[in-house]
Structures are given as C-alpha cells and as structure tokens.
Design a binder for this molecule. Structure first.
Ligand SMILES: [Zn+2]
Length: 285
C-alpha cells in the first residue's frame, strides 16, 4: 500500500473510536519491528522520527526503507516528522518524502507559534502533506530525543487552542494536558476536563497525545473516547530494545551481531503489539 497522510489515518480513527499508534524510529530493527507488529495485527501505524532521529538515520534512507517494506504490506502506514523545530526542517522532511510533519512552536509566544505554523501549513498542503501543531508545551519527564530538554508540564488553554486551530489551518492538534515525554516519575494526571473543552472548541480535528509511555491503558482509552486519534510512543520501544540488549550482552559472547539483535528486535515487536492493542487499532487496517 502507498504511504498515506496522518490526516487520512486519523479522521478514520476518530470516526471508528480508536487511535493510531505512532512509534518513534531509530534504526532498521525498529522499522522492521513496528511494521511486522502492525501487519500481523492488521493495524494502521505511523512511523515517526524527531530531528535527531532523522539526522541519525538519514531522511532519504529512513523513507526509502519504510517504502520498500510497506510496498509488500496491506496496511496503511504514515511517515511523520515528530517535533519539527523549524520551517526549514519541516520542508526538508517533505523533500525526503514524509507525508506528515509536525511543527513545534510551543515554546514560542502564541502569535509567533501561529505565524510559523501557518507558514508550514501553507507549504505542506501545497505538497499534499498534512500538519500537526503543538500548543501548551508537552513536558519532559526524562531525557529523550523528542522535544526540548525542559521540566515544564504545560496545560493548554482551550481558548488559545481554538484560535490556534482556526488561524493556522492545521490538520491535527497536540495539546499538553498533563502528559510528558520520557519515563513518568509518578502516575501522570491527565486533565480530562481540559481535553473535553479543547475537543469542543477545535471543530472536530483529530487530537494527538504525546508521551504515551506509562499512561495507564484506561486513561489512554478514555482519551480516545474524547477525541484523541494519535498516540505517540517513544520511550517504551527504546526501553524494550535496550533492556533486552543489556541482558543478552552479559551472556556468552560469540561475536554474532544478528544473534544479539534478534531478541531485542523481538522484544520491540511484542511491545509494539501490546500498544497497538491498547489503542484498539488492531483489525482496523
Ligand atoms: Zn512529543
């Protein structure tokens, strides 16, 4: 199947009362694991990469590998720039073949965030690429490649969200509601009252929840019933991969790299499948 835009995936998800999982991607093993898990569970899926991940893999390499694998699959797949830090990075991602980009101006004053996001939307839409915007600062629970290194956990102002969506023309909105990237130090408290108010004001565009790692399943599902249609998982996959590698690297070493990487990749397949089931996208491809 061809690569599709996030808008196409998320509008369908919203109508079907499930969310599409978006997994951050670091290397070949990730791409294989995510696509195998989604294919076996007949789930739509988004492979996303933040700037540091794009730089590490190479944008053309990342998109090229995903496209070559997806050509043989029968599930819809999105390729998305996570937390694009500038107009230039967003344009570069479109040039690589990403079908969806996020522009993250959430640390800027609102007027500047609106002006920059609007410029990205205009260029992206001209290329058939859809855009995710951010408002309200999604904080940082621990170091991770997504987002800036700051400790703020911001709660978006629903009135500002309404203005942001109306003036920028974005296709989906990531709003901070108490969620954060990395490993939560205590149980995350999602502000569902804020989410309900945002959903009411933004004219039905799909909402995105970042920092999915560690949010209890019942909270993820409640958020989905309230309009969240894309949930980002980054840390949980890194953790699965690295923890398994750490176990196997302590065992007898026969200098066979594939034998070392295979259990770690299998751990990511299992982890991706668990999260696909959590967001109820299995069987929805
Ligand atoms: Zn994020």
């Amino acid at each position: 199947m061809p690569i599709v835009t996030n808008k196409e995936l998320l509008v369908k998800a919203k109508a079907g009362h499930y969310a599409v999982p978006a997994f951050n991607t670091n290397n070949l093993e990730y791409i294989q694991a995510i696509l195998q898990a989604a294919s076996e569970l007949h789930s739509p899926v988004i492979l996303e990469a933040a700037k540091s991940e794009v730089d590490y893999m190479g944008g053309h390499t990342f998109v090229g590998i995903v496209r070559s694998i997806v050509a043989d699959l029968s599930i819809p797949v999105g390729i998305h720039l996570d937390h694009g830090p500038s107009y230039d990075e967003a344009i570069r991602a479109i040039h690589y073949g990403f079908k969806s980009v996020m522009y993250d101006g959430s640390l800027l004053p609102l007027d500047e965030n609106i002006a920059n996001t609007k410029a990205v939307v205009k260029a992206a839409h001209a290329c058939g690429v859809t855009v995710e915007g951010e408002i309200g600062v999604i904080g940082q629970a621990a170091n991770s490649p997504e987002g800036a290194k700051h400790d703020m956990i911001g709660i978006a102002d629903p009135v500002q969200c309404e203005r942001f969506v109306k003036e920028t023309g974005i296709d989906c909105l990531a709003a901070g509601i108490g969620n954060a990237h990395g490993i939560y130090k205590k149980k995350p408290e999602l502000h569902f009252d804020v989410l309900a108010d945002i959903e009411k004001r933004v004219g039905g565009i799909p909402l995105v929840l970042h920092g999915g790692t560690g949010i209890p399943e019942e909270d993820l599902r409640k958020a989905i019933t309230m309009g969240v249609s894309k949930i980002n998982f980054g840390t949980v996959m890194r953790k699965a991969f690295i923890e398994q590698l750490a176990i196997d690297i302590k065992g007898p070493m026969d200098w066979e790299l594939m034998a070392l990487l295979t259990p770690a990749k299998n751990k990511m397949i299992e982890t991706a499948k668990n999260h696909i089931r959590m967001v109820m996208s299995n069987g929805k491809a």
